[in-house]
Design a protein around this ligand. Structure first.
Ligand code: ZN
Length: 66
């Protein structure tokens, strides 16, 4: 069963596959809580564009999370 994941900060849901993948890549392979892209950027103190670039880079590496 597919579980809808909600952002633990702003309550956005469902999170996109890319957002879920970023949490797994940047925070924890099996995070207890997930952040949407914007909240994750705030949490990590980076620009959202930085995370979008990360998603692109992970895709190019053929990462299966994206
Ligand atoms: Zn959020």
């Amino acid at each position: 069963m597919k579980r809808h994941i909600t952002c633990c900060q702003c309550g956005k849901h469902p999170l996109e596959k890319n957002e879920i993948g970023l949490n797994k890549k940047l925070l924890d392979p099996n995070p207890a809580e997930y952040y949407c892209l914007e909240c994750l950027a705030q949490y990590l103190e980076v620009e959202p564009e930085y995370l979008i670039d990360k998603i692109k880079a992970f895709k190019e590496q053929g990462c299966t999370l994206f």
